[in-house]
Write a protein that binds this ligand. Sequence first.
Ligand code: AHR
Length: 501
Amino acid sequence: MNELTLDAKLAKTPIDRNIYGHFSEHLGRCIYEGYWVGPESSIPNVRGIRSDVVAALRKIKTPVLRWPGGCFADEYHWMDGIGPHEQRPTMVNTHWGGVVENNHFGTHEFMELCDQLGCEPYICGNVGSGSVQEMSQWVEYITFDGKSPMADLRRANGRAEPWPMKYFGVGNENWGCGGRMTPDYYADLYRRYALYARDYGDNHLYRIACGASGDDYLWTEVLMAKAGDSRALRGRQMDGLALHYYTSVKRLPDGSREGSATEFDEAGWIEIIAKGRFIEELVRKHGTIMDKYDPEKKVAMIIDEWGTWYAVEPGTHPRFLYQQNTMRDALVAALSLDIFNNHADRVRMANIAQTVNVLQAMILTRQEKMLLTPTYHVFEMYAAHQDATLVPVDVRSERYTHAGYDVPAISASASVDAAGRLQITLSNANPNQDLATTLFVRGFPATQLRGRVLQAPTMHAHNTFEQPNQVTPQPFTGARRTAEGVELVLPKMSVVALELQ
Ligand code: AHR
C-alpha cells in the first residue's frame, strides 16, 4: 500500500533556491572545455565562456555556483588568476593529475560566468596553504569600493565596480586535502581567517566553515562549540557549516572509487540507492548536534559537495573523474533533493558535484557537442520547488528489498510556489514494479493536474553524444484527480513531477 498525505495549510518553511546549487572545480574538463573555451574558440562563446552550457544551466535556474574547489581551493593562489592572460603564471594542479593550470580562468572570468548564469558566486578561500593576508586581500579585491591597494589592482585589471559577493567558504575539507587538520585546530583557524575576511560597505559576507566528512559527528560538535555558538562568540561568526557526502560503491586508498557508472546489476542499483538515502541520516544527526548549540537554526547546514562517484569512464584520465550518468543517478538526485527540501529548516544550500564533465554532472561535452544527463532533467523538473514553501508529506511506501538492502521504494517532497500552485515530486526506486499510489491532498482545492515523468526501459539508460535524447522528461498520463486528491501509478524506476492548481 502506497499512501502519501499532505496538507497544504501546513506550508511554512521556505525552500531556499540554493538547495539547487552547483559546484565546479579546476578538475579534469570541468572549467576548461566545460565552461571556458577562450574567446578565440570556434565553439560559440561570450567572452570565452561557452554559450550552450550557459543556456542549459540558465534553464534549470542555477541559483549559486561554488568555485574554485574542492581540493584545488586550498592550493589555489588567486593572484595567479588575474591580469592579462599571457602574463599569468602557470601552476601544477597536483591534486588532480599533475596537469598544468594556466590560470586563464580566474576571478574575473568566474564572476563573468556567474553574471551570464544569473547566479550567486560562492568562492572558497585557501586555508590549507594560503595565508590570512591572502584570503583577506581576495575579499578586498572583489568587494571593496573605495581606494585601497586591492581595489586599485582590480581597477587596473579592468573592473571598476566591486562585485557583490555573499557566499564565502573558509577552506575546503580541511580535515583532509585542505590541511589534514584536527577539528580543534581548524575551528581556531576558522575564527581567525573568517575575522579578516571583512565586510566592506554594503557587502555582507555569509561565511561558511568547512564541515564534516560524512558521519564525522565530532567535527560538527567541535566546530559548533568553538565557532558556531553566537552566545559564546558574542556575535555570530559562522553563517553556514558545510557537509560533504558522496554516494559510491567503495572508496579506494588513493581516493578513487570502484564500480562502473553504466555497467551494474540490480545489487549495484540498490546499493547506490540505499547509500544515497543515507544522507538523510547524516542531515538528521548533524542537525541534532547543531540544534544543541544553535536552537534557533541561525547557522545553515550547507551540503556543498554531494552526488555519485564511480570509477572513471574507461580510457579517460584516472584523476579527471569523468563519468556517465544513468537513471540510477537520476533516482539519487531526486531522493537527495527531496531530503534537502524536507529539511529546509536547516539545509539552506546544497551544491552537486560537479556541473560539467566531472562526477554527477548535469552536462557532458565533447568538443563542440554537449549533452544533458538524466540528473540535469531531474534538476529541471524540481526547479519549481526553488523559493517555494515546503509542505510536509507523510510517505507510507512499500519497501524495495534486494541483495540485503531494504529501502522505501517511494521518495517525495512538496511545496506551494509563489503562484499558489502545489508542486509535488515523487520517485519510485523499484526497478521491477510500477506502484499504485494514492495521494491524499488536504487544504488545496485543485481543479487542474499536470505531470511529467522521467523514465527509461533499463536501469542503465543514459544519454550519449550519438543518442542525446534517450532519457528526457515526457508528459505523464498516469495520474488522475479524485475527490481525495490524486490516484497515480508510479512507473518503475521513474521520477515524476506533478503540479496542481
Ligand atoms: O569533488 C571532488 C573532490 O571531492 C573535491 O575536490 C574534494 O573537496 C572532495 O574530496
